[in-house]
Design a protein. Sequence first.
Length: 176
Amino acid sequence: MRVTYNREMKIKQLLDEIGIDNFVPMRYTITGEGAEKKKKLVPAIHNLIFVKSRQETLTSLKMTRKDFDSMRYIVRPGEREGEKKILCVPDKQMDNFMRVASVTDDSVMFLDYCDGKKDQGVKVKIISGNFAGVTGVVKRIKKNKHVVVYLEDLAAVVIAYLRSDQLEVIDEKACG
C-alpha cells in the first residue's frame, strides 16, 4: 500500500499493535556532517508498506479509524476497459523479496524499479550462502553483474555480491 506524507513507520506501528502482518524495507543512511554524522535506519522505499491482510479488514480500518486514512491501495488496470484491480504480491514473490530486503547492511541496495528492468537477464536460484533459495535475475548494474530480486512494478533489491558457484541457472532467456 502507498502511505502519504512519509507516514510508513507510523502505519507500521499501528498495524503491529493490532496484529496485522506488514513489512517496511529499511536501510541505513548517514545524516549530518563532520562530528555530527549519525547512522540512522530509515525506510528504503518511501511511502510504501507491504500489508498481509484481507481487503475487507483494511477497508474497514481506513473507514473507521482516522489514523489509517493515509493508506492508499495501489491499483493496476484490470482485464476490462476502465477496470482497476488492487495490486497483490504473490506470497512466494514477497517471501523472496523480504529475505533480501530485510538485510540492512551494504550487501544489498534498492533500485527504482525501472532502473533494473531495462535489459533482459538470466533467471537464477541462489543455492548457497545467506540467500539460499532466493530467485532473481542476473543484471549488469554500474558495470558489474548482480542478482536482482523484483516485485512486479513496485521495487527491486540488488544483492551486491555473489560468486557464480552460488547460482543455478533457471532460465537463460528470462526477462526482468
